[in-house]
Design a protein around this ligand. Structure first.
Ligand code: SAM
Ligand code: SF4
Ligand code: SF4
Length: 344
């Protein structure tokens, strides 16, 4: 019953539940300055003990409940998802799930690319369709400064090369642009991937969490990025591929492919936000900027049935009212979850 009701599930603003981002760990080997600043995420930072993490079986049950309510896309994230042992086994388990129309779910993963070269083949074999690699600069010094662990650029580029050889359906690159850090690298990144079939998406630096020292002066508006690239390689806007697409799409006029811009700060897209986020310890967040999640792990570990889990998910989504980015203002909650916890 819950399946039929669920397939029409909408929140209080009429938004459906279409995507689920699942964080599989809160740990990461990088310390990107905009996400896990070293001063906070240092040696004595309390990461979650393994027992707190959802098991693969628990993750599959949550994803299945999502699928029963209309979820079509799953994205594995973190922390760094490739640090979770046997992640490819989870991918294989999720690949068995079906949408309400009986189709396999679209499974994607976002990674910093550091372990991609040796993981790409097994991930693909397990059923991973799409991979997104975060890459903030092609300048060695800037790249190392932004990951803040001196990680060499070549290893991430190698990961992207192997992913390409393995033959994923789509490879994307995410570049967070921070004023004063990497805004001058935007053109080089666009040029590097022009004509390769890899789509780069430039992301405005967001005020997620409370540790990254965000302020509006550090945000480079997408319009500026598009202008910089278009001045050299003319771009034309492309209509969204589907309603709710978070990136605005731009095509090179000479046919060399596309880039995207995610303008979470300057052009919020809450009206189309169809995304639920599950933290590594099994809390459901209905907004990236929520301060509190709904504890699905407690339900799972109390022995709930699949129908009860679906009902709980339906109830939470049905009551959802979030639109933080549209309101971003004096109302900003002071307690906010970190990106490394919820996975972007
Ligand atoms: N570790 C993986 C990675 O970096 O791809 C997955 C998790 S990471 C939290 C997911 C995405 O969030 C990355 O593309 C990262 O660049 C982005 N991100 C992290 N902090 C951000 C911020 N403050 N503003 C915008 N994007 C951010
Ligand atoms: Fe790690 Fe990704 Fe955050 Fe960078 S953005 S610190 S790679 S979780
Ligand atoms: Fe969705 Fe919240 Fe981001 Fe708005 S602020 S787009 S509701 S996650």
């Amino acid at each position: 019953m819950a399946v039929q009701l669920g397939s029409r599930l909408r929140d209080t603003r009429g938004r459906m539940l279409r995507d689920m981002r699942i964080s599989v760990t809160d740990r990461c080997n990088f310390r990107c300055v905009y996400c896990m600043p070293k001063e906070i995420f240092g040696r004595d930072y309390d990461f979650m003990p393994h027992a707190m993490l959802l098991s693969f079986e628990e993750i599959v049950r949550v994803a299945q409940a999502g699928a029963a309510h209309g979820v079509h896309k799953l994205r594995l994230t973190g922390g760094e998802p490739l640090l979770r042992k046997d992640i490819e086994k989870l991918v294989a388990m999720l690949a068995e799930l079906r949408t309400t129309e009986g189709e396999p779910l679209d499974i994607a993963l976002t990674t910093n690319g550091s372990a991609l070269a040796h993981k790409a083949q097994e991930l693909r074999d397990a059923g991973l369709k799409r991979v997104t690699i975060s890459l903030d600069s092609l300048d060695e010094a800037t790249f190392r400064a932004m990951n803040d662990i001196d990680f060499p650029l070549a290893r991430v580029l190698d990961g992207i090369r192997v992913a390409d050889e393995v033959g994923f359906d789509a490879i994307k690159v995410n570049t967070v642009v921070k004023r004063g850090a990497n805004e001058d690298d935007v053109l080089a990144i666009a040029e590097h991937f022009r004509g390769t079939g890899v789509t780069v998406r430039f992301i405005e630096f967001m005020d997620v969490g409370t540790t990254n020292g965000w302020n509006l002066d550090q945000v480079v508006p997408s319009a500026e990025i598009i202008h910089r690239i278009s001045a050299v390689h003319p771009l034309e806007q492309v209509p969204p591929a589907y309603p709710g697409e978070t990136a605005s799409r731009w095509r090179y006029a000479d046919g060399a492919g596309e880039i995207g811009a995610i303008s979470s700060v300057t052009e919020p897209f809450c009206g189309n936000c169809t995304r639920a986020r599950i933290s590594a310890d099994g809390k459901l967040f209905t907004c990236l900027f929520a301060s509190k999640g709904h504890d699905l792990r407690a339900l799972l570990r109390a022995g709930c049935t699949d129908a009860e889990l679906e009902d709980a998910l339906g109830g939470i989504w049905g009551a959802r009212d979030d639109r933080y980015s549209e309101l971003r203002s004096a109302d900003t909650p002071t307690e906010r979850i970190e990106m490394s916890y919820i996975g972007g």
